[in-house]
Design a protein around this ligand. Structure first.
Ligand code: C2E
Ligand code: MG
Ligand code: MG
Ligand code: MG
Length: 286
């Protein structure tokens, strides 16, 4: 009946649905194959800064080599199909080996923190902490130099379990941040119970903040909330100086974004991650 009343719209709807489905199935098939082969996935590192402009660490971001797909496209498919467990394992392992490499290159063994995104699926595995512990010890990485970024959605499912896991991470010296903050369902009551260290304000609120009164109000509120329970707040997606100055005035203490640096290979990020780095050590621009 619906079809005879609006034949065209029904057909277009069906077609776009199946194109979307086919695309996901294509990604799933490729993922299944890629996960079995070493070196199919790589990590880039995007530096993070404090308000004085010192690099305080970097976020590891996965890239699928040779595939023109962003993690926003393939991570959700990996999560829905369970492949994220294996991929997440590879990502953590790679990040820990990269960290160990930096530790070895540092005269003091001290390196700035490397933060890794952990998917809800992976974090909510019962053996997540023991899996992570063995990855860290296999790589001989220093757990005090690791950070974990988790989204709000990973924390709302089973809050008591999440609290225990975050406490275990803290005990290992791992800093925990809530990623994409403001896009999920956090309530004050449960946020206060989570022993996390920082909130990362989602970039949709940060971009263009200097010119957007609504986003300004949202960021101001998130910052007040975070500071009131003793968390530090990081703005991600800082793309220009006007936005940076605005965030500084609001009292934001940590920054990440294209204005400071794009995600880059370890070899390029390395210098900012080793201690006592100064820009004078950088090669002059040709
Ligand atoms: P996220 O964890 O919130 O990471 C920040 C994303 O914003 C990154 O995109 C980064 O490149 C991008 N970004 C940073 N600064 C700017 C900026 O100034 N402007 C703009 N336009 N973008 C900026 P990317 O690498 O494409 O990752 C997208 C998302 O995919 C991540 O968001 C995260 O949710 C997920 N993801 C990426 N790598 C991993 C990973 O290794 N494991 C898991 N579980 N998820 C990952
Ligand atoms: Mg992140
Ligand atoms: Mg984020
Ligand atoms: Mg994000």
């Amino acid at each position: 009946v619906a079809k005879s009343q609006a034949p065209n719209s029904a057909v277009i709807y069906d077609r776009s649905m199946s194109v979307e489905l086919e695309h996901r199935q294509f990604i799933e098939k490729q993922l299944q194959q890629a996960i079995k082969e070493p070196e199919q996935f790589g990590l880039l590192y995007q530096p993070q800064f404090n308000a004085r402009g010192d690099c305080i660490g970097a976020e590891a971001l996965v890239r699928w080599n040779g595939q023109n797909l962003s993690p926003e496209e393939f991570i959700p498919v990996a999560e829905d199909t369970g492949l994220m467990l294996e991929l997440g394992h590879q990502i953590l392992s790679r990040a820990c080996h990269d960290l160990k490499q930096l530790q070895d290159e540092s005269a003091t063994g001290h390196v700035k923190r490397i933060s890794v995104n952990v998917s809800a699926l992976q974090f909510n595995q019962r053996n997540f902490i023991s899996e992570l512990t063995s990855i860290i010890s296999n790589a001989e990485a220093n757990s005090h130099l690791i950070g974990i970024e988790i989204t709000e959605s990973a924390l709302v499912k089973n809050t008591d379990e999440a609290i225990k896991k975050i406490a275990a991470l803290s005990e290992m010296g791992i800093r925990v941040s809530i990623d994409d903050f403001g896009t999920g369902y956090s309530s004050l009551a449960y946020l206060n119970r989570l022993p996390v260290n920082a909130l990362k304000i989602d970039q949709t609120f940060v971009k263009g903040i200097a010119k957007d009164a609504n986003n300004l109000a949202i960021v101001e509120t998130i910052m007040a909330l975070g500071h009131s329970i003793g968390l530090s707040v990081m703005a991600e997606g800082v793309e220009n100086d006007a936005d940076l100055q605005c965030l500084k005035r609001l009292g934001c203490e940590l920054y990440q974004g294209f204005y400071f640096g794009k995600p880059m290979p370890l070899a390029m990020a390395k210098h900012s991650l080793l201690p006592n780095y100064s820009t004078a050590d950088e090669p002059a621009n040709p």
